[in-house]
Design a protein around this ligand. Structure first.
Ligand code: ARG
Length: 477
């Protein structure tokens, strides 16, 4: 947030909770305990929750219709003030809730003092974070979808592009570049699913729990839930104000997503190196070196790889924050916001970058193909060929091992060994053997569901597109 920081006003203004105190809060303590520096980011959610609460109070007869209307209108004006950067945030007012409430009373007078009826900051903050996180999850899922649809386009474009597939980062078998992109797509598919599942537990209304025990006012919690788009209300007031497991769960899903992005980032970094030279990233995503004129550095993937660490850190922070907390609300929970905010910001930034950068990379197809023929990537195909011709797999493995050694000595690929040389190694070798020794033949043969054959990749692309379209329809209803 780029708003300027709240005024360090002296602790002279009477506190909204000041009744039982005989001396003012120490100025340092006031600043140390305040959260307004960061929780004012929740102002829209705070106002929205307060307006729903006021409407409901009128509905159940605790406020008159006129009182509720003046409160709701006053809050509208305050929202505009904040959005315009004209709001005077005060550390002395501690947090977003009391800054807004105090300002409301300033603006509309004594009727503003009735807003907090049947409510506590404990259920108020729990509501604000849930509203905020719900919107953040929706935004993240939308970005995942956009990145996924870019990956699917790239997979289709490169469905026939041959590259080495690796295990242990050693050349293993030829795969298609499109197939590799669809592997990334699948990781993201599960990430989106985890977030959707987490959203169900986020989307429950705590208001009505009040401080911890509920409230004697005849609140209509279901009405508030409906107004705020919650799926239901929390069932236990102690649990409602105290637990932040939904934030932990979100951050765990976020950590897994970042772990996936870090794997993709690592491959992008490797592939742009002179040693691999498989791809070129768009210039607008790279930087140069101030001393080495030849350099084009993959800064964005490197940064995403690095930012993974801070999200893991936030998960650890939140778990530790919650550990051993007795029921119900404790001030510890105020520490949940910064890790949560930064997790969301990091995810949004990383996804936005990848969603534009990756689909626009250029594949150096000649290089990926050449790399495939350097590593004896079709050795398994030769073994499978011999098995098809009656050789036991173990014996075939042995024969191919000797073929690899021969090719290595001669400095050639398997496909460059002559028919005669291959037949000397095994009588089962026939004149058609070179058909299976090319990378194209190797990938085309792997037509099994989920395999790397171009034809299979195209089928998976079509299925992925159908899923993306269905998910889009779902989220727009
Ligand atoms: N700023 C607090 C938080 O973020 C709001 C709730 C404070 N409640 C209280 N009784 N001090 O958790």
């Amino acid at each position: 947030m780029t708003q300027d920081s709240p005024q360090d006003k002296p602790a002279s203004e009477a506190k909204l909770w000041g009744g039982r105190f005989s001396e003012p809060t120490d100025a340092f303590v006031e600043r140390f305990t305040a959260s307004v520096d960061f929780d004012r980011r929740l102002y829209r959610e705070d106002i929205r929750g307060s307006q729903a609460h006021a409407h409901m109070l009128a509905r159940v007869g605790v406020l008159s219709e006129d009182e509720a209307r003046r409160i709701v209108d006053g809050l509208d004006v305050i929202r505009d003030e904040i959005a315009a950067g004209e709001f005077d945030w005060q550390v002395g007012r501690e947090d977003v809730h009391m800054n807004i409430e105090a300002r409301l009373i300033e603006r509309i007078g004594d009727v503003g003092k009735k807003l907090h009826t049947g409510r506590s900051r404990n259920d108020q903050i729990a509501t604000d974070i849930r509203l905020w996180l719900r919107a953040a999850i929706d935004e993240i899922i939308e970005l995942i979808r956009s990145y996924q649809s870019g990956l699917v386009d790239l997979a289709e474009r490169e469905a026939d592009t041959i590259m080495p597939g690796f295990t242990h980062l050693q050349t293993a078998q030829p795969v298609t570049f499109g197939h590799h992109m669809l592997a990334w797509y699948e990781m993201l598919e599960r990430d989106a699913e985890r977030l959707r599942d987490c959203r169900r537990r986020v989307n429950v209304l705590p208001l009505g729990a009040a401080a911890l025990a509920g409230t004697p006012y005849p609140l209509d919690r279901e009405y508030v839930a409906e107004q705020l788009g919650f799926d239901g209300v929390t069932r236990n007031s102690l649990d409602a104000v105290s637990d932040r497991d939904f934030a932990i769960e979100f951050t765990a899903a976020a950590s897994t997503l970042m772990m996936h992005l870090s794997r993709q980032a690592e491959e992008l970094v490797l592939w742009t190196s002179a040693q691999f030279d498989f791809i070129e990233l768009p210039d607008r995503y790279c930087t140069g070196s101030s001393i080495m004129p030849q350099k084009k550095n993959p800064d964005v993937p490197e940064l995403v790889r690095g930012k993974t660490g801070r999200v893991y850190g936030h998960l650890t922070s939140l778990l530790t924050l919650m550990k051993s907390q007795p029921l119900a609300y404790n001030k510890d929970n105020q520490e949940d916001k910064e890790p949560l905010f930064d997790t969301v910001d990091t995810l949004l930034g990383s996804l936005r970058a990848f969603a534009d950068m990756v689909p626009n990379l250029a594949v150096r197809r000649a290089n990926t193909l050449a790399a495939t023929t350097r590593g004896f990537a079709t050795a398994t195909d030769l073994a499978d060929y011999l098995v098809e011709r009656g050789v036991a797999f173990r014996d075939a493995h042995e024969v191919v091992g000797r073929a690899v050694r021969l090719a290595q000595e001669r400095g050639v690929d398997l496909a460059q060994l002559s028919l005669g040389e291959l037949q000397q190694l095994s009588a089962a070798v026939g004149e058609d053997v070179h058909g299976v020794l090319t990378a194209e033949g190797s990938v085309a043969a792997r037509r099994v569901t989920g395999g790397t054959a171009p034809e299979q990749v195209r089928r998976q692309v079509a299925a992925a597109r159908a899923r993306l379209a269905a998910a889009g329809d779902q989220s727009s209803t």
